[in-house]
Design a protein around this ligand. Structure first.
Ligand SMILES: Nc1ncnc2c1ncn2[C@@H]1O[C@H](COP(=O)(O)OP(=O)(O)OP(=O)(O)O)[C@@H](O)[C@H]1O
Ligand SMILES: [Mg+2]
Length: 282
């Protein structure tokens, strides 16, 4: 089980004693509309993520996954509840530029379709440079060096850094989106269906890349996907959402192999996938 607030976390390094979670979400809620038109998108969810950990969020379409992600990065104001990142209270979206930047250095997101969020007229390297300059005030050769380093980190060559987004493949563009998110050196990276639009072989490359980056940089992931095989590969704990609520949570293998909740069983059995074999334990 993922530790509830006030209990012992099972994902903490053994013997190292208690560690504070890098992300603690408590009673998070979001409603849209008012009165009779009020719709509850996220209905009081709580979970924790430990430093260097990877938490999966699964659930059917409309269960509140993206709304949760949007609250975490401050694109949406929670109706109730609390978001703590590395001890800072990020429940309210930042209003001042200074606070926005500080939030950006804690938590970043990669969405499914990077094309819509990349500036079509800006070369990839310039796009990365802009983020580095904004957060770290680098310029000249130090800036260029950092941009090349980011390119290397995600497997983009110099030639691709000089290209426009439309000159790149979908997989390369997603590498750009990951590099841009990492340019701020956040503690947490949220990936919302970030590999869902990619071919299976490209998907595998990006998943391996993400695993390497987590190991190298110690960045923590919140990984949202409807693909249980992907969740199994890239996360160590998982929560299952349904109608805005958490219906199950725990170690990913336990959640997927022996789901306690009837809904999780349904979800698992209704998603046939080449990577899924009943009873396999990772
Ligand atoms: N801005 C909004 N205004 C009104 N309702 C919204 C808004 N954003 C989301 N919702 C509603 O909140 C619910 C949860 O949506 P959300 O996008 O979080 O689901 P999801 O789990 O990410 O689904 P999917 O797997 O399809 O991406 C849905 O019923 C959706 O219609
Ligand atoms: Mg979504």
């Amino acid at each position: 089980m993922i530790a509830a607030p006030g209990t012992e976390p099972t994902t903490a390094a053994s013997g190292a004693g208690r560690t504070e979670p890098i992300l603690a979400v408590d009673g998070l809620r979001k409603t849209f509309g008012r009165g009779r038109k009020e719709a509850v998108a996220v209905d009081g969810i709580s979970f924790e993520l430990h430093e260097g950990g990877s938490l999966g969020i699964v659930g059917e379409s409309g269960s509140g996954k993206t709304t949760t992600a949007r609250m975490l990065i401050g694109l949406e104001q929670p109706t109730a509840g609390r978001i703590l990142v590395d001890g800072s209270d990020l429940t309210r979206p930042a209003r001042r530029i200074k606070d926005l930047r500080a939030r950006g250095r804690l938590i970043q997101i990669v969405f499914q379709d990077p094309y819509t969020s990349l500036d079509r007229r800006q070369k990839v390297g310039d796009c990365l440079g802009e983020v580095v300059r904004l957060h770290f005030g680098l310029s000249g050769s130090a800036l260029n060096g950092r941009v090349r380093e980011l390119g290397e980190l995600v497997g983009l060559q110099e030639r691709q850094l000089r290209a426009l987004p439309r000159e790149l493949s979908g997989g390369q563009r997603q590498r750009v989106a990951i590099a841009r998110a990492l340019a701020a050196e956040p503690k947490i990276l949220i990936l919302d269906e970030a590999v869902s639009a990619l071919d299976v072989s490209i998907q595998a490359q990006i998943l391996n890349l993400l695993a390497d980056i987590r190991e190298q940089r110690g960045v923590s992931y919140v990984f949202i996907s409807h693909d249980l095989a992907v969740i199994r590969q890239i996360t160590d704990t998982a929560i299952v959402m349904r109608h805005g609520q958490v219906v199950e949570q725990g170690q990913t293998a336990n959640v997927l192999d022996s789901p306690q909740d009837p809904y999780t069983r349904l979800l698992r059995d209704s998603v046939p996938h080449a990577g899924w074999q009943p009873g396999t334990v990772k």
